[in-house]
Design a protein. Sequence first.
Length: 283
Amino acid sequence: MNLQRTNPTLYWLQRIGFYLLVTVITFYLLAPFAWAVLTSFRRSNDLGLSPGDFIKAPSTLDNYSQVFANASFQKGLLFSLLVASGSVIISLLLGSFAAYALGRFKFRGKQMIMYIILAVSVFPQIAVLGGLFTLIRSMGLYNNPLGLILSYLIFTIPFTVWVLTSFVRDIPGELEEAALVDGASPLQTLFQVLFPVMMPALVTTGLLAFINAWNEYLFALTFTSSNRTVPVVIANYSGASQYDNPWGPIMAASIVVTIPLIALVLIFQRNIVSGLTAGAVKG
């Protein structure tokens, strides 16, 4: 029954309420980011102004110039890119093999393994920090990119395996059977047949794991002393004196760090949508 015809007043009230709710949620989500962008274009002396005067204050690019001239920030960007990319690549490689085994084969203890993976993925980082720090130091990987990559695998691999396993289950088994009939080995079937089909899920999982590794702070602060990632570099920003809070440069650095993530999401948005909805509807 068409509500617009039977009860126009109720129909328009629902429409107005829906768009009002969407507007409130959008403002709630975007207002902090918009204020951070605005702060990045203001001078330090403008931070004490009232909100109205702060918005009307003239813009400046001095904060961005200061950020890009900071050698620690430049090094942190490269270090974050190295660590995040390395952890994602290893996670996708190992996670794909594990997901293929868990999604295709039946063996004893399979359900228990899935529960363990799920438990590890939600385990708090602080709970393993002490033991992991001792392990990293004993392996001689303290302040080393490899040590940070290995520590990030704790939360990237379980997430990757869990997401990819549910996707592998929904891939038709006829694809593998046809490849095996044509003489393909199991590895050839995995790399040449299943991986292309899994590409949306791989892109989605890899991007989400990259964002988690890129924004990670606790492990990066604990396992490094000089080779800092971007979140730690930004957190250690200091002003000209102990009473000076350099909010302008901090916000400018935060915006610079966020832009690559936004660009990746926009570039791969189709893959992300198809990867997140894969297996949601069965024909």
